[in-house]
Design a protein around this ligand. Structure first.
Ligand code: G6P
Length: 612
């Protein structure tokens, strides 16, 4: 994780960097810092906390310079503090560097350097790498670029680094492996960043740097090389993104904006793909690989966090509609446990950012074993999108709130279309069911709009329960992963302990927690499990638990039993999660808000987890 920004050109670098860092704060906000080169003098400023705190701390300081690098940190090595904040400086003070990633063999390198008399002012792996570069440069009397190349061949781990030196005051040297880097090409200027959001207002022409590439960036020149010092041709891409998409647009928080965007983002995801009138689903990535899916002995879904919950719902859908066995794996577990991958198995990777390190590395190793990888990704051009053999973008737009909302419903929309297309082609669903589900899916954006029309009831419920110390979320069938997602959202945003459970499994443990103080959220929409969940609600009421239910509009039983109800329009159970998750997103948002917390940047979290 961590966000990095760099600038070289005629502008003052500081405002460009600060603005860029604010856009990248979703990647971490434990500390931030900038290094500016001004007439041969290197000024480094850093501060624990958010970028706004850095800004305050540098008031009155020399902030001039036409070249600079900046960093917003999600701590890995070393606690969040001023000392561990980036940029770091080499022992001689000549080099300054920022880093996103982890150097796994830093202890060994640090020991080598300590024995040579180096001392360290931070606990970070970054400072070790920086002094390692400086040491190589000294010993070989070579350029910074050459020293960096030698160093990178020795280190194990992931990195995106930006390096400046007062020896070469126009140049930023950058390198990446496993952490993203985009370079924006302006007129006589270049912008570097972890994603395109800090670049978008200056230029739409960008180069996505690949793993094992080094970029030498000057105002008028961009040179890309591989680690063998051979020049590479930069591939220039045009950004398909507007500035408005990364601004709050009148909402108090990005999370609220993104929740409210869902009618449009789901519509955008279905647009041009779900052709209900002709009974077609147009998805090139599936169409071109239909055989692989139809013949797949098994589908393995690999993801993390909220994307993993979308994967669980996809398991229910694919097994029901396509009759293909599905396993849903936490990427971090899957990659380390030497999984069995059979010939013909299809792997579906689900990721909003397309940069989650565990998912990425899991896919790399599955790809080496010959698996076919299909990516369901939101961020266009991201590492997972590029690594996949084929895929489908969710087209949810830039998601900035750390807690994922619109990306989740985008994933569900894509996965539903996939299951329908494969199931119909395979003959495991008949035309009537296929057409019925297509129509139901098409109606979802309007139904989401209905839920979002008036959220005052959800806000009231949030205020009523905001001081609870624990929550239980229960659901069955398709709504079980929704319960997990509801619990995760609440934990992330409000810091209230919450557990999601299958409603029936609740009797095997969590029921012991139930008393008059425990709010229990039931995701209890009208589906084939409805009667069973009614009994589960009764079991909680009999033990004096407080029941908050997500129920179907028009239902007369659940609202009569629950203490509080959040209604959603009726929908087929296969796609009901696209609706039932919305009140839960809002509930956590309003609880977080009522507790006075920073819902867009919850403590300790980051949006894009690029460390394993
Ligand atoms: C982080 C984010 C979550 C996200 C998860 C997986 O934990 O805070 O919102 O669900 O990473 O990220 P991905 O980008 O792969 O979907």
């Amino acid at each position: 994780m961590c966000g990095i920004v760099g600038y070289t050109g005629p502008r003052e670098a500081y405002p460009v960097i600060i603005k860029g860092l604010k856009r990248l704060e979703y990647r971490g906000y434990d500390s931030s810092g900038v290094a500016l080169l001004n007439e041969g003098k290197l000024n480094v400023y850093k501060k624990k906390g958010k970028v706004a705190e850095l800004e305050e701390s540098v008031l009155g300081k020399d902030l001039h310079g036409h070249i600079g690098i900046g960093h917003t940190r999600w701590a890995t090595h070393g606690e969040p503090s001023d000392r561990n904040a980036h940029p770091h400086q080499s022992q001689s003070g000549e080099l300054s560097m920022i880093h996103n990633g982890i150097i796994e063999n830093y202890v060994q390198i640090k020991q080598e350097l300590l024995s040579k008399g180096y001392h360290f002012t931070s606990d970070t792996d970054t400072e070790v790498l920086l002094n390692f570069i400086e040491d190589i440069k000294k010993n070989n009397s070579c350029s910074v670029e050459e020293a960096l190349r030698i160093a990178l061949k020795r280190i194990v781990g992931a990195y995106c680094i930006l390096l400046i030196s007062n020896e070469d005051p126009d140049t930023i040297i950058a390198a990446r492996k496993g952490s993203p880097l985009v370079i924006g090409i302006g007129k006589g200027e270049h912008f570097l960043a972890s994603d395109a959001s800090p670049i978008i207002e200056y230029t739409k022409e960008v180069v996505y740097v690949n793993d094992y590439e080094i970029a030498i960036v000057r105002p008028d020149e961009l040179i890309l090389k591989n680690l063998g010092n051979e020049k590479q041709t930069p591939f220039i891409t045009k950004l398909d993104m507007e500035l408005a998409a990364i601004e709050k647009g009148g909402y108090d928080h990005f999370m609220l904006k993104e929740i409210h965007e869902q009618p449009e983002t789901i519509f955008d995801c279905l647009r041009g793909r779900l052709l209900t009138s002709s009974g077609q689903i147009m998805m090139g990535g599936i169409e071109n690989n239909l055989e692989a899916f139809i013949k797949a002995p098994r589908i393995i879904i690999v993801a993390c966090g909220t994307s993993w919950h979308a994967g669980l719902i996809a398991e229910y859908m694919i097994e029901e509609l396509c009759r293909i066995p599905v396993e849903v794996e936490y990427a971090s577990e899957f990659r380390y446990r030497n999984p069995v991958i059979h010939q013909g198995d299809v792997i579906i990777a689900i990721s909003q950012s397309g940069e989650t390190a565990d998912t990425l590395v899991a896919l790399e190793s599955a790809k080496e074993k010959g698996a076919f990888i299909f990516g369901v990704v939101n961020a266009v051009g991201s590492s997972i999108a590029r690594l996949s053999h084929a895929g489908a973008y969710t087209h949810s737009g830039h998601e900035i709130g750390v807690a994922s909302t619109k990306a989740f419903t985008g994933q569900l929309a894509v996965l539903t279309m996939m299951a329908l297309k494969i199931g119909y082609a395979k003959g495991t669903i008949d035309e009537t069911r296929y057409m019925q589900l297509m129509q139901e899916l098409e109606a979802i954006p309007e139904k989401v709009k209905e839920i979002l029309k008036d959220t005052t009831n959800i806000e009231r419920i949030a205020i009523k329960y905001k001081d609870a110390t624990d929550f239980l979320f229960l659901g069955r069938g398709y709504n079980f992963p929704v319960a997990l997602e509801g619990a995760l959202k609440l934990k992330e945003i409000s810091y209230i302990h919450a557990e999601g459970y299958p409603a029936a499994e609740m009797k095997h443990g969590p029921i012991a927690l139930v008393d008059e103080k425990l709010p229990v959220v039931f995701v209890a929409t009208k589906d084939s499990y409805y009667q069973k969940i009614v009994s589960n609600v009764q079991e909680i009421k009999a033990r004096k638990g407080k029941v908050i239910a997500v129920a179907t509009a028009g239902d007369e039983i659940i609202p009569g039993m629950a203490d509080d109800v959040m209604l959603v329009p009726d929908a087929d159970e296969v796609i009901a999660p696209l609706l039932s998750v919305i009140p839960l997103q809002l509930l956590s948002y309003y609880v977080g808000l009522a507790k006075g917390l920073d819902v867009d940047k919850p403590r300790n979290l980051a949006k894009s987890v690029t460390v394993e």
